[in-house]
Design a protein around this ligand. Sequence first.
Ligand SMILES: *Cc1c(COP(=O)(O)O)cnc(C)c1O
Length: 438
Amino acid sequence: MWRAAEESLPPLPYGLSQIGEAEARLQRFAPLLAQIFPELQASGGSIESPLLPVPNWAGETFGSSVRDNGSFWLKADHQLPVAGSIKARGGIYAVLCFAEKIALEISLLQVGDNYACFQAPAFRRLFERYELSVGSTGNLGLSIGMMGAALGFRVTVHMSSDAKEWKMERLRRHGAQVIQHSLDYTSACAIAREQSKGNPFAYFIDDENSVDLLMGYAAAVPGLRQQFQQAGIIVDAEHPLFLYLPCGVGGAPGGITLAARLVFGDHAHCFFAEPTEAPCMLFGLLTGRHEAASVSELGHNCQTDADGLAVGRPSGLVGRLVNELVSGCLTVHDDELYAALWDLEQLEKISVEPSAAAGCLGPELLISTPEGQGYLRDHGLNNNLPRANHVIWTTGGSLVPAEQQEVFRQKAAAIRVSREMVEKEKRQPDLLESGSGQ
Ligand SMILES: *Cc1c(COP(=O)(O)O)cnc(C)c1O
């Protein structure tokens, strides 16, 4: 249940200082990252995505009642370098935290050192002794695999049955061990957690419980604030900010929501978007049972093409943290994901994976449904809505191989055709009725 920042934030264990720490750590590592990954040279090792205006898309896909109620932007994490998804924030940051910690512990690294030293043989010899492991539906594995292998860690990724073949292939190519389970995401995580237990040289990066991951995601918000300043975007009572965040286990949207409320207070309104078949965070928050709540109790089996969001149980860490910070959850049918994916491609030449399109329906649902209107009314937002900024966080897609993107495109096209037929059929009876009245 949403509460004002002055009540909800002070009791939390994390504040602006933790987010500042995460930013500072990423800055320390930036020169090293620029050396390791050629695609980061231009940005000096900073892992950042653009904020893109999407006037064509908003103009065409929304009716005037939505369109006239704010400006519409994409936070284009689908373009994040190295891992091609929002996981490049959390996953890479979590690996860097661990690498820094073990190097400091044995005094191989001193505070204040130039982090270019991480490429020295002594560091690689240290990291080779450790095995990083992670459970993933695909993208987290990619991010941790790319970063871990680049530093010299041995990496094992336990993939759930949803994982796409190309993600596993790419990881193997970069030297990670990939184990595909015919199990869902929660079970793949459980196996990874179990196997690393008791081994001092195994480190399990726990998507469901990692504060490092959360802080890596949270560090996106100071960068976003800078982009707002550059674009002349104001966030205050007269200019509310709406964020629409695709949600799987909850780490990415949770970290961003925490930071957005810390930075923008009550002027940031954060909504989580989940597939209709995997609404785990919604269910966990509603029941207050968090990680104990499984969507299987609702008869859902996580069957969705939004592989990054195909999660049946939410993170309890995140659920408890964002309980009073988040404005609401919305669910999106796969057909709607494909329709949004199609529209973004046609109208803005932007290609995303299905998971990344989940936030696209947010503005429509907020402005046009009774539930959304209730939120706007309760928070006194109606008068200021035309000056609002709506930011749809597109979370993955730039590494999707062309053949796979073509499969998405064809599926989207087929859905459009069948929708148009349904629309036509709906119109038919009207014609008959008016005909028979003559
Ligand atoms: C993982 C992922 C998310 C959601 O992140 P969680 O931390 O699992 O909630 C959203 N979009 C994409 C493309 C992802 O891979």
